[in-house]
Design a protein around this ligand. Structure first.
Ligand code: SF4
Length: 361
């Protein structure tokens, strides 16, 4: 007697249901594809059943459609056939980080008086891995070089440093390239307010210079929700299932030196002059902001993109703590984006998104 095949999605291909649409998130190839409701039901309610049993579950009324669905899934490498589905468990959704704070933003403008070196040194002390330095006003290239040199001299756990700086005569793309070629921890420089079109240049191995015409002159530029900024990978997906996809593990110092979850949040947890970053980040209310998942946010909880979308808790609908991000133009109940693209689109992430080109629908 021949063993009936069972078709399974690869563990990195995860179906997600929204109010109007269903998708498969392909966490290995960094994309997503919409799928019909019927296929979503087959992949979730009937997962692990043989092909024959699935057809029987629908009283063999849709045999051809079911054949076509699986043929398409296999052809596009979302699924494979096996004889023992127990050998292929679903993806573990565990998410762990070795240190609680791993992500920081430091904002500066011409009036900033807080001690930037102290902030950098404290971040290193709490093993923060990623740091984004945002300069809203033009800076002198020599001052930035000096800061980066200081960075090299301290024992720093930081493995990724990104700098946003205005394009100006005192700091040009030539200066930026020089820094990216010199400092290993410096991953990315974004020259905002640059003349010309948006562009990305790989200066050397995974060190990028981004030029964009939009000026980032305040923290209010944050919070834009755009499909181009979706994070479609196992790390981001599993984190979003358990924590807030914007604030988890994040600490910030705003331009005036106040410590916040993100520079745009209303509440502060002290000033850098009298509160340490370790102290502020240990406060229970500070950590409470890390917990809110998209499953708890109004509207987002019904959105098929909720585990790959960035979030924003600073600018929300009706200023509600659990409100949908104000700068999101997507309506999960109609499946449509607002016709106007975000005007201040910040494409500061370099993504190698290979969205699968066709749907199994
Ligand atoms: S509705 Fe929510 S989850 Fe969906 S795209 Fe907008 S912000 Fe993201």
């Amino acid at each position: 007697m021949s063993v009936q095949p069972t078709y399974l999605l690869y563990a990195s291909c995860v179906p997600v249901s929204g109010a109007k649409r269903k998708i498969i998130c392909d966490l290995q190839r960094n994309g997503y594809v919409p799928i019909p409701d019927g296929l979503y039901e087959i992949l979730t309610r009937h997962r692990g059943k043989s092909h024959k049993d699935i057809k029987a579950a629908y009283e063999n009324k849709y045999d051809q459609i079911i054949d076509d669905y699986f043929k398409m899934l296999v052809q596009h490498e979302f699924a494979f056939a096996c004889t023992d589905p127990n050998l292929f468990p679903e993806l573990s959704l565990d998410w762990k980080a070795p240190f609680p704070v791993f992500n920081a933003i430091l904002d500066r403008d011409n009036n900033s008086a807080y001690d930037l070196r102290s902030a950098v040194s404290q971040l290193s002390g709490i093993n923060c891995k990623y740091l984004q330095l945002r300069f809203f006003d033009p800076i002198d290239g020599a001052a930035l070089t000096e800061l980066l040199q200081y960075f090299e001299t301290i024992r720093s756990a930081t493995i990724g440093l990104e700098v946003l700086v205005p394009a100006a005569p005192g700091f040009t793309s030539t200066d930026a390239r020089k820094l990216l070629s010199t400092f290993d921890r410096l991953n990315k420089i974004t020259l905002h307010g640059s003349p010309g079109e948006f562009s990305i240049e790989e200066v050397r191995n995974k060190r990028f210079l981004i030029s964009m015409p939009t000026s980032v002159d305040s923290e209010a530029h944050c919070g834009i929700i755009d499909p181009e900024l979706f994070s479609i990978n196992i790390k981001a997906f599993t984190e979003a299932k358990k924590f807030n996809s914007c604030l988890n593990g994040k600490i910030s110092v705003d331009r005036k030196g106040f410590i916040r979850n993100c520079p745009s949040m209303q509440e502060d947890f002290g000033h850098l002059d009298d509160t340490s970053l370790a102290e502020a980040s240990s406060h229970p209310d500070f950590r409470a902001r890390w917990q809110m998942t998209k499953d708890e946010v109004n509207v987002c909880r019904d959105c098929e993109f909720r585990y790959i979308c960035t979030d924003c808790r600073a600018y929300t609908q009706d200023n509600e703590a659990d409100g949908k991000p104000l700068k999101c133009g997507y309506d999960p109940y109609t499946g449509e984006w607002a016709s106007t693209a975000p005007s201040n689109r910040l494409r500061t992430r370099v993504r190698a998104q290979k969205t699968a080109s066709s749907s199994p629908a």
